[in-house]
Design a protein around this ligand. Sequence first.
Ligand SMILES: NC(=O)c1ccc[n+]([C@@H]2O[C@H](COP(=O)([O-])OP(=O)(O)OC[C@H]3O[C@@H](n4cnc5c(N)ncnc54)[C@H](OP(=O)(O)O)[C@@H]3O)[C@@H](O)[C@H]2O)c1
Length: 236
Amino acid sequence: MRTQRIAVVTGGNRGLGLGTCRALARAGDRVVLTARSVEDAVEAAEALKGEGLPAVHPAQLDVSDEDSVQAFFGFLQAEFDDRIDVLVNNAGAIFEESGADTLDVPTDTLRQALDTNTLGAHRMLLGALPRMNRQGYGRVVNVSSGMGGLAEMGERWPAYRVSKAALNALTRVFHHAAGDDVKVNSVCPGWVRTDLGGPNASRSVEEGVHGIVWAATLPPDGPSGGFFRDGEPVAW
Ligand SMILES: NC(=O)c1ccc[n+]([C@@H]2O[C@H](COP(=O)([O-])OP(=O)(O)OC[C@H]3O[C@@H](n4cnc5c(N)ncnc54)[C@H](OP(=O)(O)O)[C@@H]3O)[C@@H](O)[C@H]2O)c1
């Protein structure tokens, strides 16, 4: 591994993604802060530079758009010597109406949720994991949710829940495709005060980011293929 890692964060312009970019940059990584709007990426990266974090590089990336993902890996090759040491699959959204009854959520809503929350991570894994395996180093963090855990599976939010359960399945499957010192884990950040979590959530962004950064900075003997909250295993 190089002394300064290249860390890629999806949905890095706000919420947990922005907090993760800040924390990884503070820890010494070169951070590629991606957002589906390049203007949002530039603005967020400038804000972090204004905080004294110069090693933050903006890039356009819509994980639901195959062409955008391909273009991003082209950018990585041109600008970062094709290197990716950390991938935080953070981009995600809730597509159902708040409080909608399970029986009222149409299949198309599940399709939308899967396309961003699950297939978005899959597109990124297909790009990142071969590079990490070649490098002999990599840390993938799939930002999941207790709402995707079968053990905690409750009522409502069917599209979000199913997309995160499927994301957890991706973690397990891709863990088995990971080479030496390449780790793939799912992390639940807890209920966090972001646009998605809402103002009544119990945790700050910094508290939510803590477990993500833990998984992004695991030592060689750290776990892989697991589901964690605050660095502790949680039931799938
Ligand atoms: N907050 C919580 O309580 C909580 C709990 C468990 C898990 N999580 C997970 O944590 C992650 C971050 O959520 P958050 O709470 O920080 O939400 P947020 O503030 O709403 O931010 C979501 C981020 O995802 C981006 N995004 C959405 N669709 C995208 C796409 N197709 N391509 C690229 N980026 C996309 C958004 O970009 P735009 O600005 O362009 O919309 C935004 O940057 C999500 O995966 C979420 O499911 C959150």
